[in-house]
Ligand binder design. Structure first.
Ligand code: CA
Length: 538
């Protein structure tokens, strides 16, 4: 259907996709009652604006998505979004960790300006401007279902039903407004990925206001650590060997202290709980029976084999990655359920479907699991967008997109103005194959959570088309850290060789430092985080 506001509205059947109108609405649409045409125009504009379905999983590596050429699994439903829409090959995040990424997406601002710069000991300030509130104001109905992880009550949503914190894989309590409107915990039985989808579908089918376009954030917990597969996938991949990444046995030679001192290695830092070698908590007797039937024999064989050295690392990699992929399988299946519903309901045609992850992830790359680094695997994130009649099916974009751009992209899709204090840029022109000449040629990154889980040092940096310069900087809790790394991504795409100390690069380093300084100035990052005292100097 054509955009209603681009033509005399009353000449178009703008209501044809929307069922269940009242008699008064039909009269208004026909311009029969007083004020009809004007009201008709306003309503017609609202109704013709596309719905936005934002699907986000947690820690889903692009390396584990078929559309990105996965060597380890298949994701036919997620791939559908790429096949029928656009695949972004260079979408990056500003700060690669769960809560902060969500805050960036909601606010369109870097962590130091939205105040949620690390998961530890933080509560998102829901009083601030968010894209959900702006879409609400613009006439959208807004909903948030699944993992929220900002340790606050969602604001700007007409409906929410969220996990508590990280949320478990099985039998999650969820928080939703009770009859009095107050946040209320409700316990559920079943597999969390299925349950989140049930509630997203229930809202789409039974609860939303069909006279308004919608913005639905449908957020999975999976495949976040500790990767507990659902009942259907407990034995999938049992007879397969998953290919290892080329850098599984990376020894970090030529890189600085941070890579040597991290604690996120597949070889050393996976717990018995991560590896499912101890009983898993929170299961019903029936779920436990299925679990033990699947893992009991596998674990007995592992104990009997008494593996050592690289054989043990290889086994740990297989156990970890298979459980991870089993969790992805459930996400893919459930994305398929939602896409099917959009088809069956007729909503598919006027709904923008976005699939992404809160950040990237190491699937054994560099010997790691987890995220956090400015290295490519965690800095990059998948982004697939389907928008029938706007986005060319099977198209691929290689511009620098960022999660910082999502909020302004949603607003542009909705035809709503973008406030001047957001820091990204709408991806709309990229979606229609019309990248502006002045699109960004470099990106700024800043990670904060140190001290914290996995001991990844704080760092900021710049990535250009060819180079990446990273500063692991000193601060009060890490006063002896002050290291720089430089990677030539053209010569060394796997980032195995830090060439910062190569004297031939001194002029290049000087230039990059100046560009980095300008980026920090442009994004207003002076080292302080809004709402927090300036950190003591190292
Ligand atoms: Ca995450």
């Amino acid at each position: 259907m054509m955009p209603c506001h681009s033509l005399p509205c009353h000449s178009l059947p703008c209501h044809s996709l929307r069922p269940a109108r009242t008699a008064v609405q039909l009269l208004l649409l026909a311009g029969i009652v007083a004020g009809g045409p004007a009201l008709h125009f306003a309503r017609c504009q609202a109704e013709d604006r596309p719905n936005i379905l934002f699907i986000m999983s947690d820690d889903h590596a692009y390396q584990a998505i078929g559309a990105y050429g996965s060597r380890v699994n298949q994701t036919p439903n997620i791939d559908r979004i790429a096949k029928e829409g656009m695949r972004f090959d260079r979408c990056y995040v500003t700060n690669s960790i769960c809560g902060p990424c969500r805050a960036v997406i909601l606010t369109g601002k870097y962590s130091h300006l939205n105040g949620f710069e690390q998961n530890s000991n933080r509560v998102f300030n829901g009083e601030q401007q968010t894209v959900a509130k702006l879409l609400q104001k613009a006439g959208y109905q807004t909903a948030m279902v699944g993992k929220w992880h900002l340790e606050s009550t969602p604001t700007g949503f007409d409906y929410y039903n969220i996990l508590v914190g990280q949320g478990p894989y099985y039998n999650p309590p969820m928080i939703t407004p009770g009859p009095d409107g107050q946040p209320t915990r409700v316990k559920h039985t079943g597999y969390t990925t299925d349950i989140i989808t049930d509630y997203a579908l229930d809202w789409l089918q039974a609860q939303r206001d069909r006279d308004k376009p919608f913005f639905l954030m449908y957020h999975h917990k999976a495949p976040h650590r500790n990767w507990q597969p659902g009942p259907k996938y407990l034995t999938k991949y049992d007879d397969l060997q998953i290919p290892e990444p080329p850098t599984l046995f990376d020894d970090y030679a030529g890189r600085g202290r941070p890579a040597h001192e991290q604690k996120m290695s597949v070889a050393k830092d996976l717990s018995a709980n991560d590896l499912k070698l101890v009983p898993q908590g929170g299961l019903t007797p029936q779920q436990r029976e299925a679990w033990d039937a699947a893992y009991g024999p596998k674990n007995a064989a592992f104990v009997a084999a008494n593996l050592q050295g690289t054989d043990l690392v290889r086994w740990q990699y297989q156990r970890y990655v298979k459980d991870y992929l089993r969790c992805v399988d459930a996400v893919d299946e459930n994305v398929g359920r939602v896409l099917d519903y959009l088809d069956q309901s007729g909503l598919a045609k006027n709904t923008v479907v976005i699939y992404t992850s809160d950040q990237g992830w190491y699937l054994g790359d560099h010997g790691w699991y987890d995220k956090r680094w400015m290295y490519e695997e965690s800095f990059r994130t998948p982004l697939l967008v389907r928008w029938p009649e706007k986005v060319k099916p099977g198209s691929v974009n290689a511009d620098f997109a960022m999660n910082l751009d999502f909020a302004q992209t949603f607003l542009a899709i909705a035809g709503a103005p973008s406030p001047g204090d957001m820091q990204g840029r709408s991806l709309l022109p990229l979606l229609t194959g019309d990248t502006p000449a002045d699109w960004r040629k470099e990106m700024y990154y800043h990670y904060y959570e140190y001290p914290g889980p996995h001991d990844v040092a704080r760092h900021y940096g710049i990535r250009t088309e060819r180079y990446k310069l990273i500063h692991f900087y000193p601060h009060a809790q890490h006063p002896d850290m002050d290291e720089w790394e430089l990677y030539d991504l053209q010569q060394d795409p796997a980032e195995m060789s830090n060439v910062y100390n190569d004297s031939r690069n001194s002029k290049l380093i000087q230039e990059l430092k100046e560009r980095l300084r300008k980026l920090r100035e442009f994004y207003k990052d002076d080292g302080t985080v809004v709402g927090q005292p300036r950190p003591a100097a190292a």
